[in-house]
Write a protein that binds this ligand. Structure first.
Ligand SMILES: [Zn+2]
Length: 283
């Protein structure tokens, strides 16, 4: 039986792209007699708006979806700290004080997440007191695990290349947000028994890092399903734009949510919106 999930962050309203992602995950679970989970990713304390979680539930019900809700990230901080401590004991984390601007200037390559961190602070004896980010020494981690692979249902077997994105931040600099997306989502998926990680192709590169974390932390390895993205007229990932209604706006305007879900399933998209693999596409 598969277990998959939709995991939105409550720092903005959901839009059509989120609806598409939730419907893909929901339908994969239903087609295979599996479970569809909702996880609220509210780890970003400063930006999270608790009232939005309630809005998300109303949006999903309006689309005609049914789900099981699991614990929100804000209740799991101890598990993130414990995992970070384990990686620290293995000697795989190092402190980094670089700013975004410094990284942009020093970067030798640009990844899907912006400039690739060139490893400035690796082995540089940075004082860990005060606000520092903790990065994973990816080369040392890969030396420990050996070669890794993972399977995307659409793209097939992948050789894990976490090195392509540079040394990922696992513990963020701002004290209000202890774990990065990479660490929190990987631990949560394991804790929730997720066997199929469903999300957009924009997160394809993140899966290389998550596969490495699973190997380091002895976590079960799921299968991935990276679905195409809804793209705007500029072929950019659909985001909440000025004047484009959120799901909540549409719901409050008495639009038929089940009809909208059905249209998205059949690829009948609003004018100016197309389905594509995103900027990088599948490898
Ligand atoms: Zn640094």
């Amino acid at each position: 039986m598969i277990v998959t999930r939709f995991a939105p962050s409550p720092n903005g309203s959901l839009h059509l792209g989120h609806a598409f992602s939730a419907i893909v995950a929901h339908d994969l679970a239903r087609e295979r007699g599996g479970r569809f989970l909702l996880r609220i990713e509210d780890i970003d304390g400063a930006r999270s708006r608790p009232e939005l979680a309630e809005e998300f539930r109303a949006d999903l019900a309006w689309l005609g979806l049914e789900w099981e809700e699991v614990a929100a990230q804000s209740s799991r901080l101890a598990s993130y700290a414990e995992a970070a401590a384990r990686l620290h004991e293995m000697g795989l984390l190092y402190p980094c004080r670089c700013t975004r601007a410094e990284i942009a200037e020093a970067a030798l390559a640009k990844g899907s997440d912006g400039p690739v961190y060139p490893g400035t602070c690796r082995g540089a004896a940075v004082d860990p007191a005060g606000p520092v980010a903790w990065r994973l020494d990816v080369a040392a981690a890969l030396a420990r695990t050996g070669p890794l692979s993972w399977i995307d249902e659409r793209a097939g077997e992948q050789r894990a290349r976490p090195d392509l994105a540079g040394d990922a931040v696992l513990v963020r600099k701002d004290a209000g947000t202890p774990a990065s997306y990479h660490l929190a989502a990987t631990l949560d998926d394991a804790a929730d028994g997720v066997t199929l990680v469903t999300r957009g192709t924009d997160l394809f590169p993140a899966s290389h890092v998550h596969r490495l974390l699973q190997a380091l932390l002895d976590l079960p390895v799921p299968t991935w399903h990276h679905h195409p993205l809804l793209l705007d007229a500029d072929r950019k990932k659909l985001a909440k734009r000025r004047g484009s209604p959120s799901l909540a706006d549409r719901r409050r305007a008495s639009e038929d949510g089940r009809a909208l879900a059905d249209a998205l399933r059949k690829g009948r998209l609003p004018a100016g919106i197309t389905l594509g693999e995103g900027l990088d596409g599948l490898p």
